[in-house]
Design a protein around this ligand. Structure first.
Ligand SMILES: Cc1ncc(COP(=O)(O)O)c(C=O)c1O
Length: 388
């Protein structure tokens, strides 16, 4: 499948999860959309794109709404409950900045949380005199019960909001989001789910998760061009939610407000149907199954080769897996950064590396352009560095 992707020849790309890669066919669909826009940009962007129109309403469904319906159909939610956002960070900011916290209120995050989102939480808390509490998660992970208990232990009488990853970033774990959300709900705590890595990677049934808001990226595992994210919110929450950027759609409803954050290139969002069509042609379950198997088997292979531990139960693995590196390669964030550079510049391997609790880890991603030989190259490269 490598030929269907624009990746540089000779590059071993094991980092699909970070910013995604777009298949050539979807890039071509995006190019056609851009060409269409340029034939008459005013008509396309001001009359056809959103519910806010210049001139007499056309009576046709706005183009962004049609794309939202296609994405909703793929994700199993009504398109009406979805807004497009540039990315997960923007979606999370919209939610956090729509909430009114009182001084002394608490927001709970976890130490698996993504730094960009955690900083947005810290900012929202700071603006209102609220505080942030960080749940210390068990690692390595053994059971869903341990994860839920660790999160619940951080909830208190003043907790108003919990920010929970669906699939964590560095540790690459599919977390028991529904169970955590149920525990929060039982305490009257609202839940913002960070699903940056979930659309396209795992089967999703967002309403059944019991969360209040769900943000995710289409430009990672759904093969949609950057920048494309979605924000789902339960209908009851739509009225009180505001976009991160306020423009003409203020007070005109959920769609109008989110669909028009000023002038922007809508072609990534509008390319979502082409990405969905490509994945369906290949078989959504087949793609997910292949990616999962490669991440899961690859992680065990690496740990075996390096003599490090990989004890994550398979149920926590989606399409990425995180494995401990040999201790001889260091432990700090600087060590991780140096090693990442060495792998890229000397070995032409692009992979995510990080330091967590004084240990270095590598996160591998399985995507249909990868195969086991990519993981073997990584195994050899790292083993070679240990010997040096
Ligand atoms: C868990 C998680 N949340 C949020 C993000 C941010 O995504 P974006 O930069 O597309 O907003 C990432 C990015 O990798 C992530 O892993």
């Amino acid at each position: 499948m490598l030929a269907s992707w624009p990746l540089e020849p000779g590059l071993t790309y094991l980092n699909h999860g970070t910013v995604g890669v777009t298949p050539l066919r979807v890039l071509e669909a995006q190019r056609q959309i851009r060409d269409d826009i340029e034939r008459n940009p005013s008509r396309y962007l001001l009359r056809e794109l959103t519910e806010i129109v210049v001139g007499a309403p056309t009576g046709r469904q706005p183009r962004l709404r049609a794309a939202a319906d296609a994405v909703g159909e793929f994700l199993g939610v009504p398109g009406d409950d979805l807004a497009f956002v540039d990315n997960t960070t923007t979606g999370a900011n919209a939610i956090l900045r729509s909430l009114e916290f009182e001084p002394g209120d608490e927001i709970v995050v976890s130490d698996f949380g993504y730094g960009g989102v955690t900083r947005a939480v810290a900012f929202a808390a700071r603006e209102h005199g609220a505080t942030v509490r960080t749940a210390a998660m068990p690692y390595p992970i053994a059971s869903a019960e341990d994860v839920v208990s660790a999160f619940v232990a951080a909830l208190g009488a003043k907790t108003r909001l919990a920010v929970v990853d669906h699939i964590s970033s560095q540790s690459a774990l599919v977390l028991p989001l529904a169970a955590i959300a149920a525990a929060c709900r039982a305490r009257g705590i609202a839940v913002l789910a960070d699903g940056a890595h979930a659309p396209g990677a795992v089967a999703l049934d967002i309403p059944s998760l019991g969360v209040d808001w769900y943000v995710g990226n289409l430009h990672k595992w759904m093969w949609v061009p950057r920048s494309s994210g979605i924000l789902w919110t339960s209908p009851a929450r739509q009225k009180s939610l505001h976009a991160a950027v306020i423009s003409w759609g203020l007070d005109c409803g959920f769609h109008a407000e989110f669909d028009l954050p000023g002038t922007r290139d809508p072609s990534p969002h509008l390319s979502a149907p082409a990405a969905i069509a490509f994945m369906r042609e290949l078989g959504v379950d087949a793609v997910r199954g292949y990616n999962h198997a490669l991440a899961w088997q690859g992680a065990q292979f690496l740990a075996d080769r390096w003599g490090t531990e990989f004890s994550t139960p398979e149920s926590f693995i989606g399409t990425m897996a995180t494995v401990a590196l040999p201790p001889a390669l260091g432990a700090s964030a600087d060590d991780a950064s140096r090693l990442r550079d060495t792998l890229l510049h000397d070995e032409r391997i692009e992979v995510q590396l990080h330091s967590f609790r004084d240990r270095l880890y590598v996160r591998i991603c399985g995507q249909i352009y990868n195969e086991m030989s990519d993981i073997e190259r990584l195994a050899d490269a790292v083993s070679g560095l240990v010997r040096v």
